[in-house]
Design a protein around this ligand. Structure first.
Ligand code: HEM
Length: 414
């Protein structure tokens, strides 16, 4: 990097020593002090694998917007994963495709995330939530993540894709193995499991696609699988493998992040009686509160981009040379005190709240209208129907740098 502005020497040394590829254990409980250190001491952080980690809001947004189309990571992933199904998956979905392929794939599924489509899912969502609330009321003691938060997004995304919700646990297990190798540093075993999981997931999905393709007529509005099969039949260039990879990425994106949002929202609200009171007493509108929770939690913490030309950071933080793999830390951007006052505090009155938790540019989160519909309904129902919910043991965070999520959140009804 060139031209980096002058920074306090001690903070700079500490920040330079930080290694996202092997973060300290307490990073997973709360990464925010480490991100603050990086923002202050080494905002353009060179890592030992050659990637550059950006942590300041302005830098993250600039690279996201300017290079929003440049995500293909074939060479980088091949070095990391080797050849095989995992490489094929992470180079075939729209998440890691540049245009025109990105838009070709995204255009087929976009209608499922329009305001009208999402609105039509509201009653179904409330029914799922009511059913799950009833179950946990009977349980009395339960794990808020596994027994409640996870059940809602997975039911919704299974319906949108067109697969049975009864397979939810299987989908979560296999999906995690596909996603985990995207973390900055992973074991050989995790990569092996990732390859196997992609093959298994595609094998699971294929019979559903085959059944639809055998139909005489396909209704594209029925499900994402139907929409993709219908598009293929109508001459849109999309292969069977692309359809299956699309379902995997949408299933994964559709439940992991939103589960983490719903469960962490309750986790933090239980420690913040004033914010909880504001919600319970209707002092703040839930959609407004939700945006602050999304900023505060940032369920998807990191993103990758590759520069194709030298990028001079407008902040004056230096120039990133062409051909650099850049890691954007939106989790850090959303806590940047240069943009958000008192950023480590939940503040439902925060205005403006231009967080970047859903990304920016052409890859901006496809499912954000779905998350923005389901999470407030889930939270409102929990606050109303389970008013005596209290902790029943230690919450535990996953050891995952990309997806910040709770492994478990033991609770009980007092
Ligand atoms: C709070 C919940 C969610 C968060 C924080 C979140 C976050 C994100 C972010 C940051 C991106 C941009 C990735 C990039 O720029 O490389 C993204 C993309 C994506 N998200 Fe979400 N997401 C959430 C919920 C969902 C849901 C419910 C779905 C269900 C369909 C979904 C599906 C996707 C897909 C398919 C993409 C790839 C879009 C593309 O490459 O064009 N996400 N998400």
């Amino acid at each position: 990097m060139t031209g980096t502005a002058k920074i306090d020497q001690t903070i700079s040394e500490k920040a330079k020593a930080f290694n996202l590829l092997a973060p300290p254990d307490d990073y997973f409980d709360d990464p925010s002090p480490y991100f603050r250190l990086l923002r202050d001491g080494d905002p353009v952080h060179q890592q030992e694998d050659g990637t550059v980690l950006l942590t300041r809001y302005d830098d993250v947004r600039q690279v996201w917007r300017d290079l929003s189309g440049l995500v293909y990571k074939g060479e980088f992933f091949e070095k990391k994963f080797g050849k095989g199904p995992l490489l094929e998956h992470h180079t075939s979905t729209m998440l890691f495709r540049d245009n025109p392929d990105h838009d070709r794939l995204r255009d087929i599924v976009n209608p499922f995330f329009s305001q009208t489509s999402i609105k039509s899912l509201t009653d179904f969502t409330q029914d799922v939530i009511d059913r799950e609330i009833k179950k946990v009321k009977q349980m009395g003691e339960f794990d808020f993540v596994r027994d409640f938060a996870f059940r809602i997004p997975v039911a919704l995304i299974c319906r949108v894709i067109g697969i049975p919700v009864e397979d939810a646990d299987y989908i979560q297990g296999v999906g995690r193995k596909v996603l985990f190798p995207l973390n900055p540093q992973v074991s050989v075993e995790a990569i092996k499991q990732g390859h196997e999981a992609v093959t298994e997931f595609m094998g699971y999905l294929l019979p559903f696609l085959d059944e639809i393709k055998a139909r005489r007529t396909i209704d594209p509005s029925e499900s994402i699988l139907c929409a993709m099969a219908a598009a293929q039949r109508n001459g849109v260039e999309v292969s069977d493998a692309e359809i299956l990879h699309m379902c995997i990425v949408t299933l994964n994106g559709g439940h992991e992040t939103t589960t983490n949002l719903i469960s962490q929202s309750m986790h933090f609200l239980m420690d913040d009686p004033e914010s909880k009171r504001q919600l319970v007493e209707g002092e703040v509108a839930l959609p407004t509160a939700l945006e602050e929770l999304i900023r505060f939690i940032t369920p998807l913490q990191l993103q990758g981009r590759r520069t194709t030309n030298d990028v001079e950071l407008a902040s004056g933080n230096g120039t990133i040379p062409a051909g650099t793999e850049v890691v954007l830390a939106q989790a850090s951007a959303n806590r940047d005190e240069r943009v958000f006052e008192d950023p480590d505090r939940l503040n439902f009155a925060r205005r403006p709240n231009n967080h970047v938790a859903f990304g920016a540019g052409i890859h901006v989160c496809l499912g954000r209208p779905l998350a923005r519909m389901e999470a407030p309904i889930a939270l409102a129902s929990v606050l109303k129907e389970l008013p005596t919910l209290v902790r029943n043991g230690e919450a535990r965070f996953q050891h995952n740098t990309r997806f910040r999520g709770l492994e478990e959140l033991p609770v009980r009804l007092a």
